[in-house]
Design a protein around this ligand. Sequence first.
Ligand code: CP
Ligand code: NVA
Length: 332
Amino acid sequence: MTLYKKNFLKMLDLSKEEVEEYLRVAALLKDKKRKGEVHDFLRGKNIALIFEKTSTRTRCAFEVAAADLGMHAVYLDPKSSQIGKKESIEDTAKVLGRMFDAIEYRGYGQEIVEALAKYSGVPTFNGLTNESHPTQILADLLTVREHFGKVEGLTLAYYGDARYNMGNSLMVGAAKMGMNFTACCPAKYFPDAALIEKCREIAKETGSVLRFEEDPAKGSVGADVIYTDVWVSMGEPPEVWEKRIADLSPYKVTGAVMARANKGAIFMHCLPAFHDLGTEIGREMKERFGLEDMEVTDEVFLGEQSVVFDEAENRLHTIKAVIACSLVKDGV
Ligand code: CP
Ligand code: NVA
C-alpha cells in the first residue's frame, strides 16, 4: 500500500489500512515535533492553500505543517483570487497544477475539490466542503486513539446537525474504523439516506454499529465520545438560525448528556464552538433568543472530560501526515 501522490478528498475514498497509515505517520511526526527534530524532507516543494471560507485551525495547520516540512505555502484568500468569478475551477486547476506540487481547498461543494484534483494532476486535499471534512476526522481519530489506546469497538455519539460535513464524515470514518456511531438529532437532521446505506455496507465488514436516535436522553447512553458541532455551518444563510435553534436546542451537550455516557467518556468538538458569550454571533443569539451558549454548555466545554484543544493540536500533526504521505516518494 502506498499513499504517494494520493488525493485526500473524502473519508469514503480511504481504506481502514490507509487511515491507519496516516495515523501512524501523524504520531511519528508529532513525536518529532515534540522532540524538536527537524523533519523538513519536502524542501523545495510548494503547496497552494485555497480558502473560499474562513478558517483558523485548518489554515494554520496547513501553513505550519508546510513550514515544518520545509515547503513553501501560498495562501489564496476568499476574495483576492480569480477562482470561480473570472476563471473556472477547471482552468484554475490546470494553472495551479503547473506551479504547485499539491493543492488544498476549503470551500463549498465537494464537486469543486474533486474537479481541482481531476484537472490539476497534483495531489489535492480537502480542507472542508459542505459535504465533508476529512482532515478533521483524522485529527479526531488520532485524539480518540491517544486517549483510549484504540478506536475500534468504541462508541461515538454525535449531537446536532448530522446532515452536514462533520456528521457525514464522522459517520463514514467511524464505519470504516469499526467504531460505533450514533447520530442524535431530529430525524430530518439525520445524514443522507444513500450515505447511510453506504456506511451500513462498510459497517458489515468492520463490525461498526450505526444508530439513529431522536431522543437526546438516549443518544449518549453507552457512548465513549460525545461529539458536537455548530448548529449553523459556514455558507448557510443567517435566516436559518432561528429554526435551527428551535430544532437543535434539545440536543445541546450538557452535563446531563455527559452523565449518561460511559464512565471516562470524553467530549469533542471540531471547533469553533459557541459555548459562551465570547463571540459576536454568540452575543447576537443572546440578544435575539436569550441564549448563554448553544451546542455545548461552558461547563462541558471547559470540563475535565473535554479534549477539544488536544483535538485542535492534532489538526497540525494529521494534516502534516497527509501532505508528507502524499509527497514523500519513499514514505515516512
Ligand atoms: N475545525 C476547523 O476546521 O476549524 P477552522 O474552521 O478554524 O479551520
Ligand atoms: N460544520 C462546520 C464545521 C466547521 C469546522 C462548518 O462547516 O462551518
